[in-house]
Write a protein that binds this ligand. Sequence first.
Ligand SMILES: NC(=O)c1ccc[n+]([C@@H]2O[C@H](COP(=O)([O-])OP(=O)(O)OC[C@H]3O[C@@H](n4cnc5c(N)ncnc54)[C@H](OP(=O)(O)O)[C@@H]3O)[C@@H](O)[C@H]2O)c1
Length: 381
Amino acid sequence: MPATWILVGASRGIGLEFTRQLLARGDQVIAAVRNEKTANELWKLAASQTRPASCLIEQCDVTKEASIDEFADRIGAWVKQGLRIDNIVLNAGVLKYPNRATEVSFADFALHLHTNTIGPIVCARKLLDLVPDRPPAKVIFISSDSGSTAAFREHEDGFGAYAASKAALNQMLRHMAAELKRKKGGSSSSSSSSSSWADVCVLALHPGEVQTDMANIDLDWEVEGIISPEESVRGLLQVIASKSKADSGTFWSIRAQVKLLNSKAAAAVDKLADYEDEVRYLRLQVQQQQKSSLTADEEAQRQLREQAEASLHASQSELEELTSQLFGEANEMVAHERQERAKLELRVKMLEERDRRKVESLDRLEARVKRVERVRALVGQ
Ligand SMILES: NC(=O)c1ccc[n+]([C@@H]2O[C@H](COP(=O)([O-])OP(=O)(O)OC[C@H]3O[C@@H](n4cnc5c(N)ncnc54)[C@H](OP(=O)(O)O)[C@@H]3O)[C@@H](O)[C@H]2O)c1
């Protein structure tokens, strides 16, 4: 479902590009400008939209309380008719260069504070008042790293009032985030809106060093890493999408995020290269291991084959020896048997001969007995 954004300071530079990218992705934008008559590019952009009421242009000068009130009243009327505010972006800003602390006029310091600090904070506050039952998901302040107290930019000569106004903005929005966390109520049935004030995510974003009218000044130092409004807003939208209520009250720099992403990408590329090296090395090791295990296998097979051949050879010669020994023994046995048999046959023959002779002598004796008996019989008669 398309989200509805209120964008304050949409006539030029980052604000105009913000509007363009939000519309391009199908969201609805209520684009507020200081002077409707001079916001030509925004009018052209709105006219080129095919979706009805996707880009509504409103007037709001953040340095004038009455202008902020009237703007809030008009938005309030739409809210009463059912307009849902999903996100608010306070982009309006001014840099009147130079604005050194040692030189700055009361008016110039006030201009920076009114435009960059008081106006955006009060405008946000009044818009939040319009939706007590349906708080927006995100309130985004386009700040600057010039306002960072943690990373003071000493070399930024001529940026005193500007830096002070952004530092004050950062500090004030942190309080806003903390107060909303403590604020009771704000429950809603809408799924895309925050359900309570504690769910609202308030962020300060540094858009990078962006090639806009504001950056079109002669500086004594070199500004590194200048990016286009298109690149800046693409990064801003990514950062906004990545943050949640847990990040409320924090400051994020696109440059730092891009640097972080770049260093992450570089680290990932390095890691990938390391992995590829490791994979190559492991592959080589595996190949070598396969090779050496192959030759080890071959060597083991050769030894086994030799052992088998040797034991076969030994068995064969043992068998041959055994065979000849058996044959010798068998021959001996056969020869011995033959001799024994011959001896036996001879003895049998001798016994038969003796037997025969005994039978003959017995026959002769019987014949003699018979003759004697005949003689006796003759004598006895
Ligand atoms: N460009 C950078 O490198 C850079 C770096 C850090 C932070 N930032 C911040 O980014 C934001 C946008 O800057 P930019 O580079 O796009 O600057 P820019 O091109 O000068 O645009 C400034 C925008 O703010 C609007 N604005 C100024 N005073 C206003 C007021 N009283 N009420 C309502 N709108 C007012 C301007 O409207 P008009 O057309 O009516 O003047 C314009 O739309 C600013 O807050 C700036 O501080 C920019």
